[in-house]
Design a protein around this ligand. Structure first.
Ligand code: SF4
Length: 416
């Protein structure tokens, strides 16, 4: 198939957008306004299969469909196995619910402390600011919210969030997600960041957004200027396949990185989309080349209607086996299962430690050669300077200083 996206104004080869100017196409507001969601709209862009038509009609009330024109234009119009198409267009298999499927697979509702705020871990929180996305991933973990009518946190709900954070100073890290938080207006994002920065205990702010991938036009110089005014600030995005690394998405990511924003990537392991070493290795290497650090590779959650996307865990382990050692460590993410019901992320990895006793451990490398590593005789691993550095035990600090001064004043006496 001709790669239509490598041509300038590639969208104009699709009759629906023949008269769309470059200015319109690169305007994220235009992209949002022209979201595609119906059979009638989508069949002007791709040749829908019977299964896709059935999926589109059957999921109308369960989980909405929506693609920006940009994202729709990346799909292969003739091949239903296109990885972008598989993620975006529902198929008949989505109508089937497995008995193990869950409405809220990560148990986020249980840990919601005020509307929009999930507090599970001691030092960090998840802030869900809206339920809108620019593309509705068919395996979305938050279908329970993203399938509802558009909603965003109101000013009074934001106030409740800020009050909670002020009264819980152990929270030092806020992950802002949704939906997609970058669908908020620039002024709302600036207001949110300003308010969070007024809380002294908040050290790190992170965004989770798929817009650098599915709506790169949103990463405007104006948005980047707002974000970089509130460092330290991190962004995690969500590339699943190397086909998604277009010129536009690379440029959007470069704008963020050039502003000093560390960019990470969270992929989901999806059957038939990216469930192969060749595809994922290429994706992770290309991400590193684009200065995006592959952070997590998620096992697909037990979310309603997504069973067709799930791979056996053994497949994920096999992929990790063929990445570690075979490419740079920067290009190897941590493979995790987000424990069903809210147990948090559990890393799953091939076994490299073959045996251990108190004298040695036996390990194997990526080529299955085995090595013996001798254990040291000294076992006390306490760090004596730690309490001084953290000033958390003044009496220990004084005692440490007394000993230290003795050594300086009278080395011989200290040796005795
Ligand atoms: S972008 Fe994220 S929140 Fe939105 S549909 Fe995809 S997975 Fe769900």
């Amino acid at each position: 198939m001709e790669n239509r996206i490598e041509r300038a104004r590639y969208w104009q080869s699709i009759p629906l957008w023949r008269n769309v100017s470059e200015q319109q196409w690169n305007n994220w507001g235009w992209q949002v306004k022209n979201t595609l969601s119906t059979v009638e709209q989508l069949q002007q862009v791709i040749h829908l299969t019977a299964s896709e038509k059935e999926g589109l009609l059957g999921t109308r009330t369960a989980f909405r469909t929506g693609l920006s024109p940009y994202w729709a234009a990346q799909m292969d119009p003739d091949n239903p196995d296109c990885p972008i198409r598989l993620q975006a267009i529902p198929r008949a298999s989505e109508l089937w619910k497995s008995p193990t499927d869950m409405r809220d697979p990560l148990g986020e509702e249980h840990d919601t402390v005020v509307p929009g705020l999930v507090h599970r871990y001691p030092d960090r929180v998840l802030l869900l600011v809206n339920n809108m996305c620019s593309m509705y991933c068919r395996y979305c973990t938050r279908k329970r919210t993203t399938s509802e009518q558009n909603t965003s946190l109101s000013t009074s709900e934001f106030d409740a969030v800020f009050a909670y954070l002020r009264s819980h100073p152990k929270v030092r890290d806020v992950l802002i997600s949704g939906g997609d938080p970058f669908l908020m207006s620039d002024s709302k994002i600036a207001y949110l960041l300003r308010s969070l920065r007024e809380i002294p205990s908040i050290e790190v702010i992170r965004f989770g957004s798929r817009l650098p991938v599915v709506l790169p036009q949103r990463i405007t110089p104006e948005l980047v200027d707002i974000l970089k005014a509130f460092h330290p600030l991190w962004v995690n995005t969500h590339f699943n396949h190397p086909k998604e690394l277009t010129a536009e998405s690379r440029a959007a990511c470069a704008r963020l990185v050039d502003a000093g924003i560390p960019l990470g990537n969270q992929s989901v392991l999806l059957r038939r989309v990216n469930s192969s070493v060749r595809t994922l290795k290429h994706l992770f290497q290309q991400l590193v080349a684009a200065r995006i650090r592959p952070y997590y590779l998620y096992q697909c959650d037990l979310v309603e209607g997504a069973s067709d996307f799930r791979t056996p865990v053994a497949k994920g382990i096999q992929i990790m086996e063929e990445l570690r050692g075979h490419t740079s460590g920067y290009a190897v993410p941590t493979y995790v299962i987000d424990a069903p019901g809210g147990g948090g992320k559990v890393p799953v990895a091939p076994q490299y430690l073959l045996s251990s006793n108190e004298n040695e451990v036996v390990v194997r490398n990526y080529e299955w050669d085995t090595f013996r590593y001798q254990e040291p005789s000294e076992r006390d691993c306490a760090c004596p300077y730690e309490s001084v550095f953290f000033e958390d035990a003044p009496e220990k600090r004084e005692s440490f200083l007394r000993t230290h001064l003795t050594v300086v004043d009278s080395p011989a006496a200290a040796i005795d």
